[in-house]
Design a protein around this ligand. Structure first.
Ligand SMILES: N[C@@H](CCC(=O)N[C@@H](CS)C(=O)NCC(=O)O)C(=O)O
Length: 337
C-alpha cells in the first residue's frame, strides 16, 4: 500500500470520501432504509469501519444490516474477501470490494476504503462516507432499531457532540495516522504534540464524568473508543505515538476499559486483525512486516471502577444481547469481551 504524503511538508494526505449518498428513512437519495437490503463492508482492523460495527451492535441492527468482514491484509487490488469460502463474499458474490465501487462508478480511480455500504440487489456501493454512516444508523434507521436501543445522537446534545467529535477527529483519530505516516520530522512532531495535548484535555474532562457528553454513551464515545482500543497494540509502537501508553494514562485507560467491557464494544474488537493489518500492510513504516507479539492485552478485562462516577450507559434503554453466533470473535489473545 502506498501512503500518500506531501513531498514538501511530509504530511500524510487523507483521501476524500467520494461516495456520499445517504440511506435515509425517506429514501431521498434513492436509497431507502430497508431491512436486508444493504451490506456493511468492514475490516475489523479499521478504526473508521469499527465505529459502524459498534453502533450496529448497540442499536440491534445485526439482522437488518448484515456485515461482510474483509481480510485484514489488502493486496494490490485492496480489500478482499479471502476469509470466506471460495474467496467471495457469500452475499454479494464478489471477491474484491473494488467490484462494488466500480459497479457504482466504472471510471472511479480513487482509493477503495472501508467502511462501505453496498446495495445487495445491484451490488453497487452506496456510501463510503463513514462519519455520516454512523449518524444515519442512529437517526434514519430508527424503525429497525431493537427495543431498548440507546439514543447515541440525542438532539439536545448534538452541538456538543459535534464539537467534541471535531477535536477528537483532528487531534486523536487522524493525528495518530499523521504521526505514523509523516515523512518529515516536523510533521511527525506536530501530530504527536497535538495528539498528547488532546489526550491530556480528554483525561481531564473524563476524570469526573463517565462519558464524553451528557451522562450516557453517545457517538462521541464510540469515535474516541475505536482509536483508544488500538493505541497500545499499534499506535504506540508502529505509529511512534509513544509519550505514554494508554495503560499509563489512568483516566483514559479506565474509560477505555469501561467501554470495552460494555456489550457492543469489546465484542467487535479483533486484536489479531488489528495488529496484522497495520504491521503487514504499511510496508513503508514497517518494511520487515513483522507483527509484534505484544503487548499483553489481558488488562482490558480488569475492573475499571468507573461505575462510581454514576452515568447511565444506555440512558432509558438497555444493553444489547450477545453478538450473533457467526460474528463472535475468537479468543486469540486471551481477551474475552
Ligand atoms: N474513506 C476514508 C477513511 C476510511 C479509511 O481510511 N479506511 C482505511 C482502512 S482503516 C482504508 O480502507 N484505506 C484504504 C484506502 O483508502 O485505499 C479514506 O479513504 O481516507
Amino acid at each position: 500500500m502506498t501512503i500518500p504524503t506531501d513531498p514538501q511538508t511530509g504530511e500524510f494526505r487523507r483521501s476524500a470520501n467520494h461516495f456520499d449518498a445517504r440511506v435515509t428513512a425517506d429514501g431521498r437519495d434513492g436509497w431507502p432504509v430497508e431491512a436486508g437490503r444493504y451490506r456493511l463492508v468492514v475490516s475489523r482492523a479499521c478504526p473508521w469501519a469499527s465505529r459502524g460495527l459498534v453502533v450496529r451492535r448497540l442499536l440491534g441492527l445485526e439482522s437488518a444490516l448484515s456485515v461482510a468482514v474483509a481480510d485484514p491484509i489488502q493486496d494490490e487490488k485492496s480489500w478482499r474477501f479471502t476469509l470466506d469460502p471460495g474467496d467471495r463474499d457469500p452475499v454479494l458474490g464478489i471477491k474484491y470490494l473494488a467490484e462494488a465501487y466500480h459497479a457504482a462508478d466504472p471510471h472511479y480511480m480513487g482509493g477503495i476504503s472501508v467502511p462501505a455500504i453496498v446495495d445487495i440487489p445491484s451490488k453497487r456501493l452506496v456510501s463510503n462516507d463513514y462519519p455520516q454512516i454512523t449518524l444515519d444508523l442512529s437517526t434514519e434507521w430508527t424503525s429497525l432499531h431493537r427495543p431498548g436501543a440507546p439514543d447515541l445522537y440525542p438532539e439536545r446534545l448534538r452541538g456538543e457532540i459535534d464539537d467534541v467529535n471535531a477535536g477528537v477527529y483532528a487531534d486523536v483519530n487522524a493525528a495518530v495516522y499523521q504521526a505514523g505516516f509523516a515523512t518529515k520530522q516536523a510533521a511527525y512532531e506536530d501530530a504527536y504534540t497535538r495528539l498528547f495535548t488532546m489526550l491530556d484535555v480528554l483525561s481531564e474532562r473524563l476524570e469526573k464524568q463517565r462519558y464524553l457528553v451528557g451522562d450516557t454513551i453517545t457517538e462521541a464515545d464510540i469515535r474516541l473508543f475505536t482509536t483508544l482500543v488500538r493505541f497500545d497494540a499499534v499506535y504506540h509502537g508502529h505509529f511512534k505515538c509513544n509519550r505514554s501508553k494508554l495503560a499509563e494514562l489512568p483516566v483514559l485507560w479506565a474509560y477505555a476499559r469501561d467501554l470495552f467491557q460494555t456489550p457492543g464494544f469489546g465484542d467487535t474488537v479483533d486484536f489479531d486483525h488489528i495488529k496484522r493489518h497495520y504491521y503487514a500492510v504499511h510496508e513503508q513504516v514497517n518494511p520487515t512486516r513483522i507483527v509484534p507479539l505484544g503487548p499483553d492485552l489481558s488488562g482490558w478485562t480488569t475492573p475499571h471502577h468507573r461505575e462510581q462516577l454514576g452515568g447511565r450507559p444506555f440512558g432509558d434503554g438497555t444493553p444489547p444481547g450477545p453478538p450473533p453466533e457467526d460474528e463472535r470473535i475468537g479468543d486469540t489473545d486471551g481477551v474475552t469481551a
